[in-house]
Design a binder for this molecule. Structure first.
Ligand code: GAP
Length: 471
């Protein structure tokens, strides 16, 4: 039996540090270009991180595309015609408010500055509203670098990342292309293509997983706010009469997605946006209790007919829909569900990390991932490395299981060390081949969460594992 230590006993900062250290130590997350000193707000997923991220994406794709007859997938390009970003409003209005410390000239995001001072600023506030808050709370502000509290007025800073394409000889910054700031624009511009090439009828959705880029100014909170990140977005096209009902349904379904994923309910909550962008009719966030507090995990937005109307106007193409039954012609309204892979990753890691005091006084760190998300489903060990008959049998089992599941073969160190390593990467089952195996064909299977061991027939392991992993 083990005595559980509540991870919330760790101070928030300690928990964040613990998570970042484990992610590096066990190959989940590395700083980008680390040998060159890292690259601010850019991260790489290591071997186990890549598995976990893939499992998160598969779970989302299954819940959104595979299990919905009226949702289809898409994989649009990162580069798009620059006019897309004019139409979407990103060139004129996709920005964060920045203020400069008058003493040390550090530029700081004003909403973060206010937050540190205990003042809440909605990300969707206007420049004027932000500056009013800044003025009112001047004496509470503190520059993160020099501690001074004298700041310039806030100015909007565009978040789109620019690049160049083709054979440019001149100043390409005058004619830039952009790395997409959100994936949904690829969905809007393909609305007609999908409609014309498949059998979908309104109401229907288009879902996509892909990279997005933002020139985030403040690099902090680990992978929560990255400059290169991945979004999982679904745009649901509906008749305006049905839009609000559909919006409420999607709010419910997205909440349920996290519950089904195994995220603890007490770590989730809703946040309603009071300051909406002019075209939005409703916006709620699902927030997760990260080590630094409740923060946005997913946005569920009712965007009305803004996006298709804008792209229709800027491209001069008709993006309306004709109902085959009623013959009514209209621009569909859009309900959007938008979540980051990286934020889901951090939520899953935060939810899973557990420290336990064992009976012998030692401690273990165990990642209690939901089984379908665990990077490695089973680890197979020979009890001793120098006994060829044990190694041979363990290899046989590994070869047999690996076609169905991500498995690992490990004969390094002693069993205790192997268990500790697998606990830290969250492997649900460890299978050991010992001398009894050679006599009666059974192996020891150790459960990650209970640490209980049982003997299972090696022959029936595949079925046994399927039942356990799907239970
Ligand atoms: N299409 C709507 C849209 O992009 P958003 O609220 O800006 O809305 C949606 O972003 C989601 O994308 C967020 O809830 C978050 O999960 C993720 N996200 C946004 N910016 C991010 C960043 N810099 N790093 C990691 N994830 C981010």
């Amino acid at each position: 039996m083990s005595q559980k230590q509540d991870k919330n006993n760790l101070r928030d900062k300690d928990l964040m540090e613990e998570i970042a250290a484990l992610c590096k130590r066990r190959g989940f997350v590395f700083s980008s270009s680390e040998i060159y000193g890292g690259f601010s707000a850019v991260y790489d997923y290591g071997p186990y991180g890549a598995e976990l991220a893939n499992n998160i994406k598969s779970a989302w794709w299954k819940a959104m595309v595979q299990e919905n007859e009226n949702i289809v997938g898409l994989d649009s390009s990162i580069f798009m015609h620059p006019k897309v970003w004019e139409a979407s409003g990103h060139i004129s209005g996709f920005s964060d408010p920045l203020a400069e410390c008058k003493k040390c000239h550090t530029r700081v995001r004003v909403d973060h500055l206010l937050e540190e001072a205990g003042v809440f600023a909605d990300e969707k506030m206007s420049e004027e509203e932000i500056n009013k808050l800044l003025k009112e709370n001047r004496e509470k502000l503190k520059c993160p670098k020099c501690g001074d509290s004298d700041f310039s007025e806030a100015k909007e800073f565009n978040l789109l990342v620019q690049s160049n394409l083709g054979n440019f000889t001149g100043d390409w910054s005058k004619n830039p292309v952009y790395l997409r700031g959100e994936t949904c624009q690829g969905i809007y511009v393909n609305f007609k293509n999908v409609l014309d090439s498949t059998r979908v009828k309104v109401p229907f959705g288009i879902a996509q997983i892909g990279k997005a880029f933002r020139n985030e100014i403040t690099a902090r909170q680990f992978i929560f706010r990255k400059r290169e990140f991945e979004q999982m977005e679904m745009q649901f096209f509906v008749h305006s009469d049905e839009a609000m009902k559909s919006y409420e349904e999607w709010r419910e379904r997205r909440w349920q997605f996290y519950i089904d994923l195994g995220i603890k309910k007490e770590n989730l909550r809703w946040h309603k946006h009071e300051n909406l962008v002019f075209y939005a009719k409703a916006a709620w966030d699902i927030e997760y209790k990260f080590p630094f507090g409740f923060k946005e995990l997913e946005g569920v937005h009712y965007r009305a007919d803004y996006d298709l109307k804008q792209h229709s106007k800027f491209s001069d193409k008709d993006l309306s829909y004709r109902d085959p039954q009623t013959n009514e012609k209209y621009i569909p309204h859009i309900v959007e569900t938008s979540v980051g892979v990286d934020r889901t990753f951090l939520a899953v890691i935060t939810d899973a990390i557990t420290k336990e005091k064992l009976e012998d006084g030692s401690e273990r760190t165990v990642m209690k991932f939901p089984k379908n998300l665990a990077p490695i489903k089973a680890a197979i060990f020979p009890l001793l490395k120098n006994k060829p008959e044990l190694v041979k049998k363990a290899r046989e089992i590994y070869e047999n299981l690996k076609s169905q599941y991500m498995c690992e073969f490990d004969d390094n160190g002693n069993i205790g060390k192997r268990y500790r390593r697998q606990d830290e990467i969250g492997t649900p089952y460890c299978i050991t081949v010992d001398f009894e195996t050679l006599k009666d064909g059974t192996v020891t299977v150790r459960d990650r969460d209970t640490m209980k061991q049982e003997r299972v027939k090696a022959e029936g392991l595949k079925t046994w594992l399927s039942e356990k992993l799907n239970s």
